[in-house]
Design a protein around this ligand. Structure first.
Ligand SMILES: NC(=O)CC(=O)C(=O)O
Length: 242
């Protein structure tokens, strides 16, 4: 498929996992019913982005007793005929990306957050062939590392997908810049998807989920509220730009 529609579901996320999962499902169904063949969800879409939540809400995805987030994605992808990054249209998990560069930040008087207190970094790049092209996967902070995007480009990726949750400090400075830089460095598409902003939590996300084209051009974007960004990807533009 060299031309298709993508949806970036910038979801509102609460502390209630039992609400977050059906809420995400509804957004995926809405996106697919409006013609999207690839649906991207935010980083950590089933729980709040905080050190205390990460292990509490985590799921053992290999377990046989139906981890709820995993099961929902595996059911909805074939039911709606779409790829939910990275569940294929057959409902099978096509790839699993473990965040390579953890986000540890300490800006005095501004933001302190240390993912390495609760998470272990992955050690592999993740590139996956899907019905909607070859996709390189990164999670949030991974977008700051040009080498990873270059590696994906060298391996023939058409699109880089970064579910992410930049915050109010680094988001304003870097979110758009990083996406456009990775796209233009490598002349491919870059899609990002953030949670919607919630100002009542400790880690406030920037939002602005975006699709960028191979010349670094913004094709579609949104603000910080809950929204789905719909856009068309046309891979023939990649050749045209090179
Ligand atoms: N939350 C992240 O992983 C990254 C981020 O906010 C940043 O790099 O800035």
């Amino acid at each position: 498929m060299s031309k298709f529609n993508i949806a970036l579901c910038q979801l509102s996320i609460t502390s209630d996992k039992e609400r977050n999962i059906p809420h995400a499902r509804e957004a995926i169904e809405h996106a697919a019913q409006n013609g999207s063949k690839l649906v991207v969800l935010p980083e950590i879409w089933n729980c709040p982005y905080s050190d205390e939540s990460l292990s509490k809400y985590a799921e053992e995805i290999e377990s046989e007793d139906g981890p709820p987030s995993f099961s929902m994605l595996s059911e909805v992808a074939p039911a709606q005929g779409c790829v939910c990054c990275v569940f294929g249209m057959d409902g099978k998990l096509k790839a699993k990306h473990r965040k390579l560069h953890l986000f540890d930040v300490d800006i005095p008087g501004d933001i302190t957050f240390k993912e390495s207190d609760t998470l272990t970094a992955g050690d592999e790049a993740t590139i996956v062939d899907t019905d909607v092209g070859r996709i390189g996967i990164g999670i949030c902070h991974n977008i700051r590392f040009p080498e990873l995007a270059m590696l994906y480009a060298a391996r023939g990726a058409h699109l880089l997908c970064y579910p992410g949750a930049f915050n109010m400090s680094t988001g304003q400075l870097l979110w758009e810049l990083m996406q456009r830089a990775r796209a233009v460095d490598n002349q491919l598409f870059v899609a990002t998807c953030s949670p919607a902003r919630d100002t009542n939590v400790s880690y406030i996300t920037w939002g602005h989920s975006t699709l960028v084209g191979p010349f670094g051009e913004i094709i579609a974007s949104t603000g910080h509220e809950e929204a789905t960004v719909f856009a068309e990807i046309d891979y023939s533009l990649i050749q045209f730009r090179r």
